[in-house]
Write a protein that binds this ligand. Structure first.
Ligand code: SF4
Ligand code: SF4
Length: 374
């Protein structure tokens, strides 16, 4: 297992962190076995959140068999409108975990302007954070986010946070300027769920797998991330201890990409461009904003992956989260395009954006698209 300095926190974290969100078994014995196996394998960063169902309780039980000083523990909770509401939430987490300090605490989901304001309100949530840090109950403070690049940059530039937990993968490189800024500010960079949100790489399409060969797509994506010294640790999930093995195959490899890895990534890139042809969206973001709040680059990113690699399951999974019901997923679906044409002159690739958005909707909402590329 390789370890990296987690930015200015000075924590030396393993390059893989055990994320206890979606894969945690409800069986306490199984979840404890996962945690213990991870620790035995050298993972020293365990991460959960108040919002992950019974995860904190299960992790608390698993921690009973582990030397507290041998692991870094992160939990997260959403900012609140009042000091008291935040403190109540925080105390619930601490009781569930059964610990008296956290190595790292994340303000969970600084996803939009409203949550940013809640998180940084010096009279409410931030006052609570400062008090907890002064008391040594929280040793380091970070934030997690599903927000857009400008908001992430702004949050980093407040100088209030020591680490960021964000989406950044081979299949989603939009936040590269955030990773660059975090490095300039010496902020720890922790990648959210690279195997699930990064492309459902634990069950890759046959095409993606063949193009990645001899590597597993999960390992190739992890190597792409970890060959970048600005990235410090990647979250991984496991339902049973054996799930960890595939991930940990690259846990000792932290150097630059070798020729074979580079060649496999070039095959992904080339295939994507060739399959999309003149419909390839470069993700430059210049088409935004859309008056209908359509996140054009994100929808076309999903279309790129579906068309090039057959990743319709992944695209459908992400696309159908765009129901406008919460701040974790931004924008509306492609069928809301009014064909106003405002985005067209901003696209350097001269894409027929409305046509591609309608096709994306057909493909990922109903499964009937393909008319543009069959
Ligand atoms: S044409 Fe469609 S996608 Fe483009 S700005 Fe108008 S509504 Fe948005
Ligand atoms: S401007 Fe064009 S190429 Fe750039 S993100 Fe928007 S649709 Fe894609």
């Amino acid at each position: 297992m390789q370890y990296r300095r987690f930015g200015r926190t000075e924590m030396r974290v393993s390059v893989f962190s055990l994320g206890l969100m979606r894969y945690m078994s409800d069986d306490p014995d199984v979840s404890a076995a996962v945690v213990h196996r991870a620790v035995e394998a050298g993972i020293n960063h365990l991460e959960t959140a108040r919002g992950y169902g019974t995860s904190e309780e299960l992790l608390g039980r698993a921690l009973k068999g582990i030397d507290r000083g041998s692991v870094y523990l992160t939990t997260k909770a959403r900012p609140r409108d009042t000091y008291d509401a935040f403190m109540k939430e925080f105390e619930t987490s601490m009781a569930a975990l059964g610990v008296d300090y956290l190595d790292n605490f994340g303000l969970h989901g600084i996803n939009n302007e409203q949550v940013f304001r809640q998180a940084t309100d010096e009279r409410q949530t931030w006052r609570a954070i400062r008090r907890l840090m002064d008391a040594g109950t929280i040793r380091h403070i970070g934030f997690s986010t599903h927000g857009k690049t400008p908001l992430l940059l702004r949050t980093l530039d407040t100088g209030m946070f020591e680490s960021i937990n964000l989406h950044y993968y081979w299949f989603y490189q939009t936040h590269e300027p955030v990773v660059a800024r975090a490095a300039e500010l010496d902020i720890g960079v922790f990648i959210i769920s690279p195997n699930d949100k990064g492309g459902m790489l634990y069950k890759p399409t046959e095409k993606l797998r063949k193009l990645a060969s001899p590597f597993h797509p999960m390992n190739l994506n992890a190597r792409w991330l970890l060959s970048d010294p600005r990235v410090h640790t990647l979250s991984l999930g496991a339902a049973v201890p054996g799930d960890l093995d595939q991930h940990l195959a690259v846990a000792d490899r932290a150097g630059p990409l070798d020729d074979h890895e580079r060649a496999a990534l070039e095959r992904w890139e080339r295939t994507c461009r060739e399959a999309l042809g003149t419909d390839f969206c470069t993700q430059c973001q210049r088409c935004l904003p859309c008056p209908e709040s359509i996140d054009i680059p994100e929808l076309l990113r999903l279309r790129n992956a579906a068309v090039a690699f057959g990743m319709t399951d992944y695209g459908t999974y992400r696309y159908n989260l765009l129901d406008g019901s919460n701040d974790w997923f931004h924008g509306t679906t492609g069928d809301r395009c009014t064909e106003c044409g405002e985005c067209l002159h901003r696209c350097p690739e001269k894409l027929d954006i409305p046509k591609l958005l309608f096709d994306t909707h057909d493909l990922l909402k109903t499964g009937t698209g393909q008319r543009l590329w069959a």
